[in-house]
Design a binder for this molecule. Structure first.
Ligand code: ATP
Ligand code: MG
Length: 270
């Protein structure tokens, strides 16, 4: 019998002795009549990187957006099932959606920095959320975020003179990651963060992702099996709206139990 997604995770929890940051159970999502997610269940643990993989259109982005309630503003979306964050139902009436969303950083496939200065890209989110008390604290905050995003050394002399959009594609993506870190999120959600940048820029973003997983909980969608192999602690395989298997990196890449997951990982389709 196939292990259910959460069976493999229980082993992992025991090994890491941690309660999940998020728990997703029997999550189904409908865009109007069309069902895009079918009874998806998984856990997300503190300071792990979980990769979502699977063929195009299988529901990876849809599932990612459920975690920070990004579907709230999309008309015609219906969600069933339960998502908890630290044991609390994220759809409960007690949850203020903007407060919930602030716990997450979002990184999109295409870098989308503000045209304003490098400094402003990173300072703005901290300022609007009142995370620093004065200019000196803000300066420290901006530097820390840019260092965490592995960008500081490349831009430290241009903070106030260059606009975010004047950077190279790879630098823009790291700036967007610095901007996402600026709100001090607990969980980083990355939807194909290297999908539109070149291999050298990708290597830099992957190095950053490896350091990020020491400090943050990360869910990353990738079409690159090599990338999933390099950056993820665990891997979840989606197929036509279902999460067919989720397990530790080595287990998924070396002996996935599910036939479709095994074929996809071996590059036989998708
Ligand atoms: N806003 C929407 N309205 C209607 N259908 C949608 C919407 N967004 C996505 N879908 C459909 O839901 C299914 C899952 O889409 P989703 O974007 O989650 O897939 P994905 O796994 O992220 O694919 P890709 O790897 O191509 O990014 C697809 O069939 C898609 O066409
Ligand atoms: Mg997608």
């Amino acid at each position: 019998m196939l292990a259910r997604p959460w069976d493999t995770q229980i082993d992992y929890t025991a090994a890491h002795n941690a309660l999940p940051t998020m728990t997703v159970r029997d999550l189904s999502l409908f865009y109007g009549e069309k069902q895009a997610l079918k009874n998806v269940s998984f856990d997300l643990y503190p300071k792990e990187t979980l990769a979502f993989i699977g063929p195009s259109g299988c529901g990876k982005s849809t599932a990612l957006k459920c975690l920070n309630r990004m579907h709230d503003s999309t008309r015609g979306v219906r969600i069933e099932g339960r998502i908890e964050m630290h044991g609390e139902d994220i759809h409960s009436a007690d949850i203020d959606p903007p407060v919930h969303r602030r716990k997450f950083g979002w990184v999109a496939q295409k870098p989308n920095p503000f045209t304003s200065t490098i400094w402003e890209n990173v300072a703005y989110p901290a300022r609007i959320h009142g995370l620093t008390r004065n200019r000196a604290e803000l300066a420290d905050h901006v530097e820390r975020c840019l260092r965490e995003a592995h960008l500081w050394d490349e831009v430290k002399d241009d903070l106030h003179t260059r606009g975010g959009t004047s950077l190279s594609g790879g630098q823009q993506q790291r700036l967007c990651i610095a901007r996402a870190l600026s709100t001090e999120p607990e969980v980083m959600l990355m939807d194909e963060p290297t999908g539109s940048i070149d291999p050298i820029a990708t290597a830099k973003v992957e190095a950053l992702m490896l350091s990020l997983r020491k400090t943050h909980t990360v869910v990353v969608i990738t079409h690159s099996m090599m990338q999933a192999r390099r950056v993820a602690n665990r891997v979840a395989y989606f197929h036509m709206g279902e999460l067919l298997e989720c397990g530790p990196n080595a287990q998924m890449f070396e002996y996935a139990k599910n036939d479709k997951a095994r074929a996809f990982i071996a590059g036989k389709f998708g």
